[in-house]
Design a protein around this ligand. Structure first.
Ligand code: FES
Length: 216
């Protein structure tokens, strides 16, 4: 079961470790995680919705539920609930404000990077947390498209991580889902990093981020 977001706010405050500047949250992030918008405070039956998306893995503590009200392919209202950290809460709160009034097709294209910019940045090692809301949103839209007989009409946008070989974040996700957990396993599955090697750090971060979404 999901717990309510507010229960995680105190537990999610950054610990003092390493370089403190790495842990600084922008005022926008603080605002959204102390006053998250559009949170589902009761159970699902308290909100009349047309589409439901869920992502994450409770074993590692990050999980997200998103409910959408849709009219004429426009998102008219949204509620969400997470078992996630402060960054997941802030980015999903921002996402929920962003998508109201948006066409499904445009909402489907929102990327975590867009939310990070709107939030005024996130600590670098928390950026993967912003992916949760984004994935739950696309799951909800996919759910709606399936219900309305239009499954698969939108395609998720990808970002190239390894420019030498054209390997995307989606390729890394697929490799993770097929069992790659270490850099070596990722490299074996995709050949990523075998030319100039400059993509290694970013790719390894992305791979690690999927543990928070799917469990290790
Ligand atoms: S950018 Fe990946 S090997 Fe060069």
């Amino acid at each position: 079961m999901f717990l309510k977001c507010y229960e995680f706010l105190v537990a999610s405050l950054p610990l003092q470790r390493g370089n403190m500047s790495d842990w600084l949250y922008s005022d926008t992030v603080k605002d959204h995680f102390t006053s998250p918008r559009n949170v589902l405070l009761e159970d699902e039956s308290s909100f009349e919705y047309d589409a439901k998306g869920q992502t994450g893995n409770i074993k590692c503590g990050d999980q997200m539920l998103m409910l959408l009200k849709i009219n004429d392919d426009v998102i008219t209202d949204v509620r969400w609930k997470t078992y996630g950290c402060a960054s997941a809460i802030a980015s999903t709160s921002m996402l929920s404000e962003t998508i109201k009034g948006m066409k499904l097709e445009d909402a489907y294209k929102i990327r975590p990077e867009d939310l990070v910019v709107k939030l005024g940045g996130l600590p670098s090692f928390k950026i993967h947390c912003s992916v949760l809301g984004d994935k739950a949103l696309r799951a909800a839209i996919d759910n709606y498209l399936e219900k309305t007989g239009r499954a698969g009409i939108f395609v998720e946008e990808t970002t190239i991580i390894c420019h030498c070989l054209g390997i995307t974040d989606k390729d890394i996700e697929n490799a993770f889902q097929n069992g790659a957990r270490s850099w070596e396993q990722l490299q074996q599955a995709t050949k990523i990093g075998t030319v100039c090697g400059s993509c290694k750090e970013k790719a390894a971060d992305i791979l690690h981020g999927f543990e928070h979404i799917y469990g290790s």
